[in-house]
Write a protein of this length. Structure first.
Lengths: 57, 232, 247
């Protein structure tokens, strides 16, 4: 196991690469979903605002 | 009084008239147009001050210093290209005139280059000699700067059109134009360093020439599209 | 040829619905192929003759690099479609590609740098491929900066579309730079279909991870695009129906 982790001595370069990749992938998922959620809420608010206006008039 | 007939001017004549107009307007305020040149001279002076006055070391740095300074100066100068005409509505008039907008923008860019780029092309070889380049390198440096500064003006015009009228557009303009200007920088500096070393500089010059021709044909099209988008 | 499918894609409610159905598929398949590729690459594949275990960085570096250019191509294509056919959905897709494309470009540069240090002895070289990849990162940032600076969405869409298209010229430079110049970076390995230079035990995990990255990219772009489409829609009716708001 330790031998695998040390990756023939290259662990200093290899594991940071993989961890950075994982970080980037996870962050992108987070930000993408957040952006979509905010857009959805904003659209709903717009729609409800328009509906309320129509109801009033 | 009968209004002037529209659509009777040929694109060639319209372009020429636009060139004359821009030259006349530009020469009214020479100070504005000389600023990029002054900036260029100041920046190139900074290099020997910041590093070492030893001529042999300066000679190695000269191509890079020259081209970075030229690039930054042309970026500053780009502010002038569409600013006035964008604000007072002339650009809009050109866009709806029915004349080919890419051609008109090419004319404007040429005048702009004459007033801001050409001074750099003339001063550049002299600055290079001040940085240790041999006198024999002057024609080569001149030729490289000629092609490169033309390409920079054309590429810059696209950026200027995209950022027309934007708040704090200056920094964004630099951010947009610099990546596109990188090939010009690389080949221009390479050509210049070959000229200084008195080696044949044909390879980078061919590439610079190709970039210049490509920009002259495509950049006006992109700039015209961008101007129309910015004016909507 | 029947182009109705193309124009149907351009209809925002249609796109929103279909994208919503596709996302879980892409996401799960991405995870599956990714894990399979990782196991293959980190555990099953043998060490390299020259580079030992260090070559395994290839399994994140190459997918990131390939996706960085692919994302730009997708962004430029979507931008072009949006510009020519005046399709809001296309502009929404283009906008969605930028952040993920820039991320992949950054990742390609950093992993490449970490790979270069033990193999070539240096973290960075101003060779054509690395430089043009860096230029592409700047192009992405410029694209996002331009979008950010323009308040009017329509103008932002169209201006950034022009910028994206102008920047396309960088893509062949990135791809062919290893052919045109003698440089530090490795030449074409994967596209030599006649005789690939990698043994299957090493190649298969790489292909799996590349596929995984592509599916991941598609999922992310679709998630973001749905939000972007909503932002561009003024017509309340389909939004109300689809999102279940009282109208």
């Amino acid at each position: 196991m330790m031998q695998w982790l040390s990756m023939g001595g290259y662990w200093m370069y290899l594991w940071p690469s993989y961890l950075l990749t994982l970080l980037v992938l996870v962050l992108n998922v987070g930000y993408a979903r957040r952006s979509a959620r905010l857009a959805r809420l904003e659209a709903l608010r717009r729609v409800q605002g328009a509906a309320a206006q129509q109801g009033r008039s | 009084m009968k209004p002037p007939a529209t659509g009777v001017v040929s694109p060639g004549k319209a372009g020429w008239r636009l060139v004359q107009r821009d030259l006349r307007l530009g020469l009214r305020r020479p100070g504005e147009w000389l600023q990029p040149l002054v900036f260029f001279l100041v920046v190139t002076t900074l290099f020997p001050l910041a590093t070492s006055p030893e001529l042999s070391r300066l000679r190695d740095m000269a191509p890079g210093a020259l081209w970075v300074a030229a690039l930054l100066s042309s970026l500053l100068a780009l502010e002038l290209l569409f600013r006035e005409d964008g604000q007072d509505g002339t650009l809009e008039q050109l866009a709806v005139s029915g004349l080919p907008l890419p051609w008109l923008l090419l004319a404007k860019t040429c005048v702009h280059w004459l007033m801001t780029g050409l001074p750099l092309v003339l001063a550049g070889p002299l600055v290079a000699t001040a940085l240790g380049a041999p006198y024999a390198s002057i024609p080569g440096v001149f030729a490289a700067l000629l092609l490169g500064s033309g390409a920079l003006s054309l590429i810059g015009a696209v950026g200027a059109a995209l950022t027309l009228g934007l708040h704090r557009g200056g920094v964004l303009l630099a951010l947009l134009v610099l990546p596109l200007a990188v090939p010009v920088l690389i080949f221009g500096a390479r050509a210049t360093s070959l000229a200084i070393a008195q080696d044949p500089m044909t390879a980078p010059m061919y590439l610079l020439g190709a970039i210049a021709v490509l920009s002259a044909t495509l950049a006006p099209l992109a700039a015209a599209a961008a101007v129309r988008i910015s004016l909507e | 040829m029947d182009w109705t499918w193309f124009h149907r894609f351009g209809s925002p409610p249609h796109f929103y619905r279909i994208a919503g159905k596709l996302i879980p598929w892409f996401a799960w398949l991405a995870a599956l192929t990714g894990v399979a590729g990782l196991i293959g690459g980190l555990i099953l594949a043998p060490p390299d003759y020259q580079q030992g275990e260090g070559y395994r960085i290839i399994y994140v570096h190459v997918p990131a690099a390939v996706l960085s250019t692919m994302a730009y191509a997708a962004m430029a294509t979507a931008a072009g479609v949006g510009l020519i056919w005046r399709m809001n959905v296309a502009h929404a897709v283009a906008a969605s590609c930028a952040a993920i494309g820039a991320s992949f470009t950054f990742l390609a540069l950093v992993t490449g740098s970490l790979w270069g240090r033990p193999m070539w002895g240096t973290y960075w070289q101003w060779d054509p491929r690395l430089t043009s990849e860096l230029v592409m990162l700047f192009l992405y940032l410029g694209y996002m900066g331009l979008r950010d600076a323009i308040d009017d969405t329509a103008r932002a869409d169209r201006a950034s579309a022009v910028l994206a298209l102008v920047g396309v010229i960088n893509l062949p430079i990135i791809h062919y730079s290893v052919d045109w110049w003698n440089s530090l970076h490795q030449g074409h390995t994967l596209l030599k279909f006649a005789k690939p230079s990698m043994p299957p035990s090493m190649l298969v995990p790489l292909l799996l991870l590349m596929l995984g990255f592509v599916l991941y990219f598609a999922a992310i772009v679709l998630v973001r695009s749905r939000g972007e489409v909503l932002r561009r829609e003024r017509n309340a009716r389909w939004i109300a129906e689809l999102l279940g708001a009282p109208s």
